[in-house]
Design a protein around this ligand. Structure first.
Ligand code: ADP
Ligand code: ZN
Length: 213
């Protein structure tokens, strides 16, 4: 399957993407994970992205399109892909449309995960992430077996730098200003699947029904 996953930070894009990859071998492409890996490795890309990320702002469209233009050409994308955290602005959505037309690739849908703001805030402040494999935990509902240690890879499970209260509220503002308009964009393209996303199982079932899986 080939999907765009839209939704606020904490809406569950990463969790849903991980569940969907198990269905048909599609790859999850998370621009946030790609950027965090670059920051951790200290690459040129990481240096360019780090300040914006820590502040909860977006990195530039050019930088993101450079990454995604290359990523979508990789072999593993042939089995399908789930775009998690991309596109995030109207210019990115327009550039993606041109890119996919050039590659002759059609998307199944742009899925909007709708979650109330109070649920989002609660999830983000209690979320913890593995710095090695990106696995997502929650201190209340899904803690790792040993505190601070990833069940999957043994890496360290921490609160992300951009998950302070200040950065979270900035990220939500940025989302409302720059990313929420994508819902209208994909509605106009006839591609929107809008889902009440308080439970990730409900989301997965709705997507299966939509794409006939
Ligand atoms: P979230 O939990 O907010 O969905 P992500 O892991 O997707 O977080 O992204 C973390 C940060 O990486 C963002 O706050 C932003 O700085 C940067 N980023 C990720 N994807 C994009 C994108 N498509 N365009 C611009 N910046 C991005
Ligand atoms: Zn891990």
């Amino acid at each position: 399957m080939r999907l765009i996953l839209l939704g606020a930070p904490g809406a569950g894009k990463g969790t849903v993407a991980k569940l969907l990859t198990k269905m048909d071998g599609s790859v999850q492409i998370s621009t946030g994970d790609i950027l965090r890996a670059a920051v951790k490795a200290g690459t040129e890309l990481g240096k360019k992205a780090e300040a914006a990320m820590t502040a909860g702002e977006l990195v530039s469209d050019d930088l993101i399109m450079g990454i995604m233009g290359e990523r979508l050409l990789e072999d593993d994308c042939k089995a399908g892909f789930l775009l998690d955290g991309f596109p995030r602005t109207i210019p990115q959505a327009e550039a993606l449309k041109v890119l996919l037309e050039k590659l002759g690739i059609e998307l199944d849908a742009a899925v909007n995960l709708n979650v109330p703001r109070d649920v989002i805030l609660d999830r983000l402040t209690t979320r913890r992430t593995c710095t090695d494999c990106g696995a997502i935990y929650n201190v209340k509902s899904n803690p790792p077996k040993q505190e601070g240690v990833c069940d999957a890879c043994g890496g360290s499970v921490v609160q992300r730098d951009d998950e302070t209260e200040e950065a979270i509220s900035k990220r939500l503002d940025v989302f409302n200003e720059q990313t929420a308009p994508l819902v209208g964009f994909y509605e106009g393209e006839g591609m929107l699947l809008d889902i009440n996303a308080t439970s990730s199982d409900v989301v997965v079932d709705a997507i299966k029904a939509k794409i006939g899986a």
